[in-house]
Design a protein around this ligand. Structure first.
Ligand code: AMP
Ligand code: MG
Length: 299
């Protein structure tokens, strides 16, 4: 998962628009929104029952523990994914074999009642079936570890609800169609026509996020946007080094990439301005090559 905090309310209810308010996941893809939402719901559940999980533990054949939380989270996530993406398969760690044993009646009931905190209509048979959806296969599938670090959960240390989407063998990251692109608020600070050609070439369906200053760099470094570019208003314009130096470091330290619009490293030895560079391009790293290709296409 990415670094978004759990939303207080559904992220999709926020309208897109200019400035920082547009940053919140209004422009994430539906898959990312659903994943974020259901993982947050799962974590609310595990947080609520963390203290009771220990006496709902069974030991698997590899001697690792599995708790009512593992089963309940898997059921919850599987149910939501089945509803939202009925054609997607799920590959998840647990299955309901042990819970279906006649002797597991008590455990079964506890798992079902935990799931009902989020899905009040769920009956026990449905809960077991949801858990067993985790043995799926296909070219597009979700991968779930309902509790990564069960011992951490039991002992009050760290654990993770880990959910990812694999499409054609690749764990899906930032999709250019949902790329959130930052640009200057001031139109005269850039070449708006070239920027909008590049946005079309990138394939982003999201409105650009217009912001002032290196606040854009901070937002990119924080993972709240994917691409930041400045198309100079004319061929004579070069950025001042103080408008890029600190922000570039933040982006690179956060794992992103910074170049000019031709893909060259920024050359801070050319004086007070970046005289040996043309424009500015920064990204989360994943989308950098796609952004460079879009810039080339934009001319
Ligand atoms: P931004 O908010 O990204 O446009 O960046 C703000 C700073 O970039 C300004 O304070 C200027 O130093 C500089 N800047 C960017 N583009 C231009 C431009 N076309 N003309 C003059 N200064 C610019
Ligand atoms: Mg300035």
């Amino acid at each position: 998962m990415d670094s978004h905090p759990c939303p207080e309310r559904s992220a999709s209810s926020r309208p897109p628009g200019d400035g920082p308010d547009a940053l919140w996941s209004a422009s994430l893809g539906r898959e990312a929104l659903v994943a974020l939402d259901v993982v947050c719901e799962a974590v609310r559940l595990t947080t609520a029952i963390q203290g009771q999980a220990a006496d709902g533990t069974i030991t698997k054949t590899d001697a690792s523990p599995v708790t009512i939380a593992d089963f309940a989270v898997q059921a919850l996530v599987a149910a939501r994914l089945a509803r939202e993406f009925p054609d997607d398969a799920l590959v998840a760690e647990e299955d309901a074999t042990a819970l279906r044993q006649p002797s597991a009646e008590g455990l079964r009931a506890r798992v079902a009642s935990m799931v009902r905190r989020s899905l009040p209509e769920a009956n026990t048979e449905q809960v077991l079936d949801w858990i067993d959806r985790g043995g799926g296969t296909g070219s597009r599938f979700w991968v779930l570890d309902p509790i990564d670090g069960t011992k951490g959960l039991l002992k009050g240390r760290q654990y993770v609800v880990a959910l990812a989407l694999v499409v054609n063998g690749v764990v899906r990251a930032a999709d250019p169609a949902h790329a959130r692109v930052l640009c200057s608020y001031e139109e005269q600070h850039g070449d708006a026509a070239r920027a909008s050609r590049a946005l079309r070439a990138l394939g982003s369906e999201e409105p650009p996020i217009r912001m002032d200053s290196q606040a854009k760099h901070v937002v990119l470094a924080a993972g709240e946007a994917d691409v930041l570019w400045r198309f100079p208003p004319d061929i004579h314009f070069h950025d001042s080094i103080w408008d890029c130096a600190a922000g570039s470091l933040l982006i690179e330290e956060a794992g992103g990439r910074v170049t000019d619009l031709a893909g060259r490293a920024l050359d801070f030895t050319a004086g007070r301005r970046l005289l040996r560079n043309h424009g500015f391009l920064a990204s989360n790293g994943t989308l950098h090559e796609a952004a460079l290709a879009a810039v080339r296409q934009a001319g």
